[in-house]
Design a protein around this ligand. Structure first.
Ligand code: IPM
Ligand code: MN
Length: 351
């Protein structure tokens, strides 16, 4: 069995963390006995500054041929904000119809967080973020731009089709053996009375097909309180694109920081793309101080999506081995270099 994996190292610390991910991939592949073909894509700020390309059609066509995509990070201090985000990252998510942004929020052994009252078992949830519409659709525009009467409209597009497919995905996830059969809708139904109403109605309807899943609703602002105060109440969260973006940064902090937070942009019927959810970390670039565990966690999710469950389980053991030996998880306080952390994971694969 050969898996063809597209690799986008990208910018900043992207290449450094991708290197560790690929080191782990090579080790686990050799043990589990499958083959990989790696196809590297030169995409990101460096290429944009060199050629003006963000995500050309032929690169996109080649990405479509991959079995999965492993992304480091994209973003560049010399590129105006918005260009790489919209024309590269969001374009890839949209064009490949990766409508699920799956972001597990879990504590690994030994990891310190900023919330001392949390026990290690309190934080164990997964956010299912809608990834193809909402405020991210790009709908809207300016009117009388640059004048005192300027109007800027940014619309949230929510389709029945889009809401239903993400809600169904979340319910199905809640039924998996490793989950606790509880689904919480996070939204702002008291103010966003159109979009929120559609989400709530769809959750109520789909719930009839999943009688074993308990459903709950929490406003997005209250969700932030509960992440700190009562995280154990959450198992699977389903939410829209913008709220999902925001709460998963807070989620990263209650699991130990951006250095450990992984995510997947998933098209259950197509090609999915996995990434550490932090950015390019310019402060760490080239210093060997960036934590590669988020990228290695993204690789673990990628392996699971490819059906390599044994390999994914082994990478999970490797990560746990690494975190239990690391003193603090916060940036620059790892006590190990980027490459040493990769080695610890490899060492722990068989533990
Ligand atoms: C994320 C990032 C992106 C998003 C940006 C870079 C477009 O913040 O993956 O969470 O908003 O989705
Ligand atoms: Mn984000």
């Amino acid at each position: 069995m050969t898996h063809t994996i597209g690799v986008i190292p990208g910018d900043g610390t992207g290449p450094e963390v991708v290197r560790e991910g690929l080191k782990v991939l090579e080790a686990v592949r050799a043990v589990e006995g499958f083959d990989v073909e790696l196809v590297e894509f030169d995409l990101g700020g460096e290429r944009y500054l060199r050629t003006g390309d963000t995500l050309p059609d032929d690169d996109l066509a080649r990405l479509r041929q991959m079995d999965a995509i492993f992304l480091g990070a994209v973003g560049h201090p010399d590129v105006k904000p918005g260009i790489l985000e919209r024309d590269l990252l969001l374009r890839a998510r949209f064009e490949l119809d990766q409508y699920v942004n799956l972001r597990p929020i879990a504590r690994y052994p030994g990891v310190q967080t900023l919330v001392p009252s949390h026990g290690e078992d309190d934080v164990n949830m997964v956010v299912v973020r809608e990834n193809s519409e909402g405020l991210y659709s790009g709908a809207g525009g300016f009117h009388r731009k640059g004048t005192p009467h300027e109007v800027a409209v940014q619309e949230s597009i929510n389709t029945r089709h889009g809401v239903e497919r993400i809600v169904r995905y979340a319910f199905a996830l809640a039924m998996r053996p490793e989950r606790r059969r509880k689904l919480t809708l996070v939204h702002k139904t008291n103010v966003l009375t159109f979009a929120g109403d559609l989400y709530q109605r769809v959750v109520n309807e789909v719930a009839a097909d999943f009688p074993d899943v308990e459903t709950d609703y929490v406003h997005v602002d209250a969700c932030c309180i509960y992440f700190l105060d009562q995280p154990a109440r959450f198992d699977v969260i389903v939410t829209d694109n913008m709220f999902g973006d925001i709460i998963t940064d807070l989620g990263a902090m209650i699991q130990g920081g951006m250095g450990i937070a992984a995510g997947g942009n998933i098209n259950p019927h197509g090609v999915s793309m996995f990434e550490p959810i932090g950015g390019t970390a310019p402060d760490h670039t080239g210093k060997g101080t960036i934590n590669p565990l988020a990228a290695i966690g993204a690789l673990q999710m990628l392996l699971r999506q490819l059906g390599e469950d044994m390999a994914a389980a082994s990478v999970d053991r490797g990560i746990r081995h690494a975190t239990s030996l690391m003193k603090g998880m916060r940036a620059g306080e790892m006590g190990f270099t980027t490459s040493e952390v990769g080695d610890l994971v490899v060492e722990g694969l068989a533990s």
